[in-house]
Design a protein around this ligand. Structure first.
Ligand code: NAP
Length: 240
């Protein structure tokens, strides 16, 4: 049985990852900003009371990150997997609002908000949970990036902030991978594909179940030489 901590677990890919890990028999710490309002997670907890713990976590708030780590430590002394899944893409799926990430409408507030959630948050969560991952068996950090964060593939302006935040996330996790690789830990970036969630929208190619299944398989099969890599949910390399 593995112990997995997942951020943004109340909906979308995070919820599906939570569901699939529970179905496999693993123990899940499902983090969300407001567990009291997380209806699907609460239903899962009724189904798996011994293996699902709901944790409050806003990845942009250092005090909340610290409290989440202490809440996990009240239950267990180690983790095998941290999934940095929580993310925002302002305007995604809603055409009218997407203008906020286009030239002419860019603001410092939007830039900072996206950067804090998608890049700085995952870095600080990883830093806080490092001790628990070292105490677990073969600790792994899986961070949800995006093909939109690839410099090589960038061929449009919009979305400025989302793309830049995922490129920053990639660099933060490469740096972390370089530092923790010799401690038996593995840290990778995964592009989950275009997934039918609130963020991906209803026209997206993939159901969350396929993407989550691929990510779980990837996490199972990781080798030390893959530390610091950027791959799709199918394990194919993504150009930086
Ligand atoms: N869907 C796609 O096509 C796609 C493609 C490439 C990459 N990705 C990446 O995959 C990950 C999951 O995406 P998704 O499609 O499942 O997105 P989603 O359906 O929009 O869900 C996002 C999750 O992140 C949480 N979140 C947002 N801000 C947070 C914060 N400050 N602290 C804690 N949690 C926060 C949300 O919680 P609330 O309910 O509280 O807002 C929600 O649980 C993201 O990192 C995304 O960038 C998705």
């Amino acid at each position: 049985m593995k112990r997995i901590f997942i951020t943004g677990a109340n909906r979308g890919l995070g919820l599906e990852l939570t569901r699939q890990y529970l179905e496999r028999g693993d123990q899940v710490f499902a983090a969300s900003r407001n567990p009291d309002a997380a209806t699907e997670l609460r239903a899962l907890r009724a189904q798996y009371p011994d293996r699902l713990t709901l944790i409050a976590l806003d990845v942009t708030d250092p005090a909340s990150i610290n409290a989440a780590r202490r809440a996990v430590e009240a239950v267990t002394d180690g983790l095998e997997i941290l999934i940095n899944n929580a993310g925002i893409y302002p305007g995604a799926g809603a055409d009218g609002q997407a203008a906020s990430q286009r030239l002419g409408a860019l603001t410092v507030e939007d830039a900072l908000s996206v950067m804090k959630t998608n890049a700085i948050g995952p870095l600080l969560v990883s830093q806080e949970f490092l001790g628990l991952l070292k105490a677990g068996q073969k600790g792994r950090i899986i961070s949800l990036s995006s093909g939109l964060g690839s410099l090589t593939w960038k061929a449009s302006g919009d979305p400025y902030h989302y793309s830049a935040s995922k490129a920053a996330l990639n660099m933060y996790m490469r740096a972390l991978a370089a530092e923790i690789g010799n401690q038996g830990l593995i840290c990778i970036l995964v592009d989950p594909g275009w997934v039918r969630t609130d963020m991906g929208g209803s026209s997206a190619a993939l159901p969350p179940s396929d993407s989550a299944k691929g990510i779980i398989r990837l996490a199972e099969q990781l080798h030390a030489e893959e530390n610091g890599s950027f791959v799709t949910w199918r394990g194919e390399p993504v150009p930086w």
